[in-house]
Design a protein. Sequence first.
Length: 161
Amino acid sequence: MHMPRKGAIFLSTVLIFLVLGLTNMALAQDIILDELNAKPVNFSGYKGKPAMLFFWTTWCTYCRQEIKTLNQMSPQLSKEGITVFAVNVGESDYIVRRFINKNMIMLRVLLDKNSAAAYHYELIGVPTYIILDKTGSVIWHGNIFPTDYKKLFKEKNEKIP
């Protein structure tokens, strides 16, 4: 079985960091990623608000399905005060922009070119959703959109409309 080159590189990189124990390289407030428009976004600026991070790549079939689901849910999540970021892992802005435009994705897209955020949240692969409470702590992670996300926030005493 032949694994696509990008997938093999990503998996190898993740495994190296897991073996070396370097997964907690940065604190959440130290993670700064660029949006597609090159504007830097510092995660610490979003503390005090619940957030959903979606880690994905353009070449991942499951990611393509999940990003469409998240794109549909994003207006509702925003209305409920949940900040949503689609964090692309390791791809160029040109490839990501072309995918976003072609698929009419309206999400805020961040570029994790050096995989710092992926390493910080100890991703094993993509797609991965990370839900953060108002303090920036992870309250859930998984590979499909959590249809019970409201329950997850209520369990942590997070109020969303």
